[in-house]
Design a protein around this ligand. Structure first.
Ligand SMILES: [Fe+2]
Ligand SMILES: [Fe+2]
Length: 250
């Protein structure tokens, strides 16, 4: 990390934290973030924290970074034809993220209830969410059996291995969530709430982060390293054979 970049970062943080909120500082932040890779940025942030910067002063930088990722994802989506393997996966992610928002809200409502007889609608919704999250399995299968092997063949295997590990954790938690929705009236309600809170928060945290990494690191990497059109065509056929989720858009 060169000193010049540290200085640039320090200036940007100063301006962001002084409450400056102009289009110009936003653009300057994004431009700066484009010039730096994630490892460099982490190292620079650590250096500033070591020098006395409060970690919460990095918050506005994180928001700018997320906005930038969103912009980049939008750009990538524009280059993909509907039905492209990656296009379908990204669209499924959007729906999965909606289910995670619903899970978050439903869990919050249930945590305030006193009895399992309180509000049946919320439990019905919870069941529906749990079923849909479990129904995302063909999405993960297409990643593990079609997309990841092609990336790995081209020498990139670290990120895909992490993704597979997260899939495995998620399968366990989703199963636990589904099991819990069948036990609402059978177990002590406080015990039910505690277990629901734990498992829901795990799924929400891991899956949101997982999707962020796939959308912003793994999928762009795949588009970069898999260059041949005919490979993407064959991958699409293999994906068709595995099948889609009940919520996959046409
Ligand atoms: Fe995944
Ligand atoms: Fe995914």
């Amino acid at each position: 990390m060169d000193e010049n970049k540290i200085k640039q970062l320090t200036d940007i943080l100063k301006r962001l934290n002084s409450g400056e909120n102009s289009a110009e500082i936003k653009q300057a932040t994004k431009d700066f973030l484009q010039t730096i890779d994630p490892a460099e940025l982490s190292a620079a942030e650590q250096k500033l924290i070591d020098a006395g910067l409060a970690p919460e002063d990095l918050r506005r930088l994180c928001s700018a970074h997320l906005e930038l990722l969103d912009d980049n994802l939008g750009q990538m989506k524009l280059t993909l034809k509907p039905g492209h393997v990656i296009d379908t996966l990204i669209k499924e992610h959007e729906i999965i993220l909606d289910f995670l928002d619903k899970l978050e809200k439903t869990n919050q409502k249930i945590q305030k209830m006193r009895s399992h007889k309180d509000n049946q609608e919320e439990f019905e919704l919870l069941k529906n969410i749990a079923e849909h999250l479990a129904a995302a399995e063909p999405h993960h299968q297409r990643e593990e059996k079609v997309l990841f092997p092609e990336i790995e063949k081209r020498g990139v295997s670290g990120p895909t291995q992490v993704m597979v590990m997260e899939h495995e954790d998620l399968r366990r938690y989703k199963k636990e969530l589904e099991k819990l929705t069948g036990e609402i009236s059978k177990i002590d309600f406080d015990d039910f709430k505690k277990r629901l809170d734990t498992v829901a928060k795990f799924i929400i945290m891991i899956l949101r982060d997982h999707i962020l990494k796939e959308n912003n690191i793994l999928y762009p990497t795949a588009l970069e390293v898999i260059k041949e059109n005919k490979t993407w065509k064959r991958m699409k056929d293999d994906c068709d054979k595995i099948g889609y989720c009940c919520f996959t858009p046409e």
